[in-house]
Design a protein around this ligand. Structure first.
Ligand SMILES: [Zn+2]
Length: 188
């Protein structure tokens, strides 16, 4: 898996997009937490991975990393929010699913120490693991496999993702800033 830093950044990016495309509603920091949780949710399968013997049911990066599972959870969360909110937020119908569906695609771009590489993207139709031939991220486990203590492995993996996704987030903010500036100039 990518580190929680990378998934949290993706949660931040989709939170920023939701705010941008839905300026009729206020998105507080609580919404940011919801987006971050959703972005990392498929990795809850590592809890099962900590168990052994008959208690260990699901291999990491399988069911919870499939397009089917992430789509169902993403749209269910959007539907749930639609039902409980006094003023429904239509942007959640696509930002919630996109946030969680991004997770397996990020893991596909990550070098893992525990084989097989990639994720079971098309489960239950195929149990083959899908991955990119040129991964540009490295999992915490891979750094620990090379002899790094956990804290250093976390730091290295997190720093790499901070650079990649921090740059992406910075680019997005810059784009929005330039759009607003151009709009303000046209309004004068
Ligand atoms: Zn994962």
């Amino acid at each position: 898996m990518s580190s929680p830093v990378g998934h949290a950044f993706v949660g931040l990016i989709f939170f920023t997009l939701a705010k941008r495309f839905d300026q009729q509603h206020h998105y507080s920091w609580k919404w940011l937490i919801v987006f971050i949780i959703l972005a990392g949710l498929p990795d809850l399968d590592i809890i099962d991975g900590l168990a052994s013997g008959p208690l260990h049911l699901i291999q990491h990066r399988t069911v919870s990393h499939s397009l089917l599972f992430t789509s169902v959870v993403g749209f269910s969360c959007a539907w749930f929010s639609h039902c409980i909110l006094k003023k429904p937020r239509p942007t959640l119908w696509y930002t919630f699913p996109a946030t969680i569906i991004s997770h397996p695609f990020m893991d596909m771009c990550c070098m893992h120490s525990i084989l097989p590489q990639g994720v079971q993207l098309f489960w239950p139709f195929s149990t083959a693991f899908a991955y990119t031939p040129l991964p540009f991220m490295t999992s915490i486990g891979t750094f620990t496999a090379y002899g790094n203590p956990f804290w250093l492995a976390f730091l290295k993996s997190g720093s790499l993702e901070l650079v990649v996704f921090g740059s992406l987030y910075g680019f997005l903010r810059l784009l929005f800033y330039l759009q607003d500036r151009q709009k303000a100039l046209l309004d004068i």
